[in-house]
Write a protein that binds this ligand. Structure first.
Ligand code: PEP
Length: 252
């Protein structure tokens, strides 16, 4: 069975000192939490602090992005090897804010996914439709393209170890989350495609998170959907108590 995973995306919030204080508090709060995997993805500058504070606990640490090259003349960029050395074991790839604000495409998502896997970390590959695409009834076709192009070349074994995050763009940071039925339908479709393209066994092992205004009061209904294996949480992950409430809500 797939263990639920709750991942906190801090976005551009929390300094290294604030991240340390957060992890210290979260460690204490999570002491009796069982049956759920937990990770946080702070900004690059807080990765080492997060890893040090989380050392010896079950809290995983992830980066929010990487460049796909190992090194080079890419001012302002950070490689997979660099975030791994700083303590990351997961990397969020293709978050909709990166697609919308920083021009990421399925092709760059694919390169990043490969770089993360090559560096021995777990990619959390984000997919999801915009409101216009949903209104035009293109949701499932958009997801198909994002999966096909973003995961192109991945083996079944790699897919099995990966995490996907279905994040409808219209639900991110808006307070407007998908209904459990909408999330369930998208997740079911994604799982079917993964079965078709990567095989039953690998598709059955890959975790698919839901993301988009997940809060303590809606996590239980979302995770009750058969193909929802956890959540990628933005705003509500910034406070350890609300993040803990989401973790507990996922432990069904
Ligand atoms: C996210 O950043 O991936 C996200 C889902 O944000 P929020 O929970 O704030 O909608």
């Amino acid at each position: 069975m797939r263990t639920p995973l709750i991942a906190g995306n801090f976005k551009m919030f929390k300094t290294a000192a604030e991240t340390t204080a957060y992890v210290v508090e979260l460690r204490g709060l999570l002491a009796d939490a069982r049956g759920v995997d937990v990770l946080i993805a702070p900004p690059f500058t807080s990765l080492a602090a997060a890893a040090a504070a989380a050392s010896g606990s079950a809290i995983g640490v992830g980066a929010q992005n990487i460049h796909w090259e190992r090194e080079g003349a890419f001012t302002g960029e950070v490689s997979a090897g660099m975030v791994r050395e700083a303590g990351a074991r997961f990397v969020i790839v293709g978050h909709s804010e990166r697609r919308t604000l920083f021009g990421e495409t399925n092709a760059t998502v694919n390169k990043k996914m490969n770089a993360v896997v090559a560096a021995g970390m777990t990619p959390i590959v984000c997919i999801g439709e915009t409101l216009e695409q949903r209104d035009r009834n293109e949701t499932l076709a958009v997801l198909d393209r994002q999966i096909k192009e973003g995961l192109d070349g991945a083996t079944g074994e790699q897919l099995a170890a990966m995490v996907l995050a279905y994040e409808p763009v219209w639900a991110i940071g808006t307070g407007r989350n998908a209904t459990p039925a909408q999330a369930g339908e998208a997740h079911f479709h994604i799982r079917q495609r993964l079965k078709q393209w990567f095989g039953l066994d690998s598709a059955g092992r890959c975790r698919i998170l839901y993301g988009g205004s997940v809060k303590p009061d809606n996590i239980a209904r979302l995770i009750a959907q058969p193909d929802v294996d956890g959540a990628l949480v933005g705003g509500a992950s910034l406070d350890p108590k609300s993040f803990l409430a989401i973790v507990k809500g996922a432990a069904i």
